[in-house]
Write a protein that binds this ligand. Structure first.
Ligand code: GDP
Length: 198
């Protein structure tokens, strides 16, 4: 799929105020610093697209971008900020949960995982929660340029072993690098495939 246009539409904290759910939607989530903004910019080929949502005060919002006038890319707030208070975290959980559970046109949630790290409790908890709630999701391993192929494979195997403890079937996964653009075609083709099936 070629990305011909990408434009920022709206930011908010209430899924009911998101754009009318008339087009397929794909959301991106992960721990802060996992490489989400970089991945979104890499996918869309707009070097500053995700920065729009990165303006101070806008980081904790659901951000909608319209791609090719055909589908929405949604940048969700990062989870796992060590610095935010429990109250802030609960507030985050509520509006993101609402969005993830109730947004009817959410076709796939891409959960970003730093490929360099061992499975992190917060990521596993989130993945298991999404699975239990039957939210359609795929895993995106980021920053793969920082590892050798061998190390990537062994880290993915550790992840799969961890997920196998809870699930019979493993989610679709992508290995990406925003620096060398690994995984770009694969993710865009995956989205295109779902859009075409509609
Ligand atoms: P976000 O907080 O999840 O939006 O993460 P950012 O996209 O802002 O990235 C966090 C840091 O990781 C920045 O310093 C990026 O330059 C770096 N980074 C992001 N993606 C990659 C990648 O694919 N490869 C490498 N080497 N660094 C990356």
């Amino acid at each position: 799929m070629e990305v011909k246009s990408a434009k920022f539409i709206i930011s908010n904290t209430d899924y009911k105020k998101c754009p009318s759910p008339s087009m397929p939607e794909y959301a991106f989530i992960g721990r802060s610093n996992v490489g989400k903004s970089s991945l979104i910019n890499m996918l869309t080929n707009y070097s500053k697209l995700a920065k729009i949502s990165g303006r101070p005060g806008k980081t904790q919002l659901i951000n909608h971008f319209l791609i090719n006038e055909k589908w929405y890319l949604v940048d969700l707030p990062g989870y796992g900020y060590a610095k935010v208070s429990k109250k802030e975290r609960n507030k985050w959980q509520l509006f993101i949960q609402d969005y993830l559970l109730k947004r009817e046109n959410l076709y796939c949630l891409f959960v970003l995982i730093d490929s360099r790290l061992e499975p992190q409790k917060i990521d596993l908890e989130f993945i298991n929660w999404a699975g239990e709630k039957k939210i359609p999701f795929a895993i995106v391993f980021t920053k793969s340029d920082k590892l050798t192929n061998h190390k990537i494979e062994s880290n993915l195997a550790v992840y799969q072993k961890e997920l196998n403890k809870f699930w019979d079937e493993l989610p679709v996964n992508f290995v990406t690098s925003a620096v060398v653009k690994t995984g770009r075609e694969e993710i865009l083709e995956y989205i295109d495939g779902i859009n075409s099936a509609e």
